[in-house]
Design a binder for this molecule. Structure first.
Ligand SMILES: [Zn+2]
Length: 92
């Protein structure tokens, strides 16, 4: 959901503007006190990209972990079969 939304926002000027306004209000209130230079439009684009990258890495890591689980299962099964064939003299 969030991924689709972010992808849409990147390409849809209307939604980007809507989000920009909300972002401006939230950020600007904090910024104006500090007198920081404001380039929020660019920052928002960066935040969207950073969020998507974080999401991508998150899902990527889950896939990697699943692959590791499968590989270790295969190794365990292989070892067990190797042990059994040694122990009973059975050739699988
Ligand atoms: Zn839109």
């Amino acid at each position: 959901m969030l991924w689709q939304f972010l992808t849409h926002v990147e390409k849809c000027p209307d939604c980007f503007e809507e989000l920009e306004i909300r972002y401006l209000i939230a950020e600007a209130l904090g910024r104006l006190e500090n007198g920081e230079a404001i380039n929020l439009r660019r920052e928002l684009s960066h935040k969207i990209k950073a969020t998507k990258r974080a999401m991508y890495l998150h899902y990527f890591n889950e896939d990697i972990l699943r692959i590791f689980e499968i590989v270790s299962m295969i190794i365990i099964v292989y070892e067990v079969f190797g042990f059994l064939s040694d122990f009973f003299g059975i050739v699988f």
